[in-house]
Design a protein around this ligand. Structure first.
Ligand code: GLY
Ligand code: MN
Ligand code: MN
Length: 447
């Protein structure tokens, strides 16, 4: 991601929207300005190599490019932000160059060494009363006249506001979707040609034109029973002797914004596992269609548990009724994660459990402690809807040991365990009168 142009015209509006959010956030702490470092990656222990750089998301929301290590923003109430751009001359690495859009959006000062940058920043801070630092404080020599480091009353307001995406952010997320879907289509084809997990992974990277270190999260490329390992992280170099199923959870990034997409395929179209994929796909679409402002995501999650119960009964994984499978918490062993989460600069974006800008937490129901998203739905939120139904040996063993285990059709479960499981994940945008599915139209357009 080097110097994107952002020629869709929304960027300056975006910066102004974010600046106003900061003005409000800083007022919560009576601060006049904030120092927002992009950050820098520490080296591995006793090494001269570092992991891939991930900028401070508070910086990234203003500055949508990764090539910004050691740069700093000074966010000022009632003024445009000032960018202290770090560009050190080097013959080891290519120094970053200042994008045109940065010059339009910020007052810019360029520095070729960090000491000079800090000196200038400290000099400028003398103009302000209270100043907050919002970012990875540990990478800075805090010999700065700062009032507060990551004050909760500033950060909570920023994180609460981050759930609502500006038109600029929505455009980035559409691009991130398109990038991911190109990879998904190539991955599906490589699976159908008999490729190994590694082959599929490489096909994904090539078709989505992403390098591994820039992915939004590590690709989950799971053949057969590996689909039952929720964050399966290996890429087997050889194809399995028998191909049964394929689950891929992989996304794209644009301007730092993520997509987060999952599809599941049967190796034998028309078999019963394929029917299960289709049935879950229908339930996922129906759940997406229920999205509208004001809906409680917790209710959608509970609705999906009842739907998973219906599948367990319909496919005869249980001998009891769907109602019984839900009431006796049998579904919890087949669908052990939350229905979804906010999405943005982070795959599991922040603020999903905030019920207000003060950061008061909406606790998930006791039965579903993993649910990351408990706040009511609002226009311009982007989040995932990702039901799953898995055959996970460790959870099934717990079920077998419980009283509810008597209602389970263990022969059927044994037959399906080698398929791992099913997950279908789309990214959706809440609109004033309902919902826009960002993912499905990209598959239709590019597929
Ligand atoms: N890819 C991680 C998740 O779906 O939450
Ligand atoms: Mn995912
Ligand atoms: Mn997800």
């Amino acid at each position: 991601m080097t110097n994107p142009t952002f020629d869709d015209g929304d960027f300056l509006d975006h910066v102004e929207t974010i600046r106003k959010q900061w003005e409000h956030a800083l007022a919560g702490n009576s601060s006049d300005a904030a120092v927002v470092p992009a950050g820098a990656m520490p080296m591995y222990f006793q090494d001269d190599q570092a992991p891939a750089f991930h900028p401070n998301p508070h910086f990234a929301r203003f500055y949508p490019d990764d090539d910004c290590e050691h740069s700093v923003l000074l966010v000022r109430r009632a003024d445009k932000p000032k960018l202290y751009f770090h560009r050190e001359a080097s013959f080891w690495y290519q120094p970053p160059s200042l994008p045109d859009w940065a010059g339009d959006a910020f007052d810019v000062e360029e520095h070729d060494n960090e000491d000079a940058l800090m000196k200038s920043l400290v000099h400028d801070l003398a103009d302000f009363g209270r100043v907050a630092l919002v970012g990875p404080a540990e990478s800075y020599d805090l010999n700065l006249p700062l009032a507060a480091v990551n004050p909760k009353n500033v950060v909570n307001r920023l994180q609460f506001a981050r759930a609502l995406k500006t038109p600029f952010e929505q455009a980035r997320m559409r691009e991130a979707t398109e990038i991911g879907v190109r990879g998904h289509l190539a991955a599906r084809d490589t699976f159908r040609e008999g490729g190994s997990e590694f082959d599929i992974h490489m096909a994904y990277l090539a078709a989505s034109r992403q390098q591994e270190s820039k992915l939004p999260y590590p690709n989950i490329i799971a053949l057969n029973e590996h689909a039952g390992i929720l964050h399966y992280q290996h890429y087997d170099r050889t194809s399995p002797a028998v191909s049964r199923s394929f689950l891929i959870d992989a996304g794209g990034r644009s301007g730092g914004y993520h997509s987060d997409i999952t599809r599941t395929y049967s190796a034998n179209p028309g078999d019963e596992f394929d029917d299960l994929v289709t049935a879950l796909d229908e339930k996922q679409r129906a759940a997406v269609a229920m999205v509208r402002p004001g809906l409680a995501y917790v209710d959608l999650h509970v609705h999906m548990h009842r739907e998973i119960a219906e599948l367990l009964a319909r496919f005869k994984f249980v001998r009891c009724s769907a109602e019984g499978a839900y009431e006796r918490s049998i579904t919890d062993k087949f669908f052990p994660h939350g229905l979804g989460h906010l999405l943005g600069l982070q795959t599991h974006d922040v603020g999903g459990q905030f019920v207000n800008e003060d950061g008061d937490i909406g606790e998930p129901p006791e039965r579903f402690p993993k649910l990351r998203f408990t706040r009511p739905l609002e226009t311009d939120q982007v989040f995932t809807v990702e039901p799953g139904l898995y055959f996970i040996p460790a959870l099934l063993a717990e079920l077998a040991d419980s009283e509810a285990g008597r209602d389970v059709n263990w022969e059927k479960i044994e037959a399906f365990t080698p398929y791992g499981g099913v997950r279908i994940e789309d990214n959706v945008l809440v609109t004033a009168d309902g919902v826009e599915n960002l993912t499905r139209p990209a598959f239709d357009r590019l597929g």
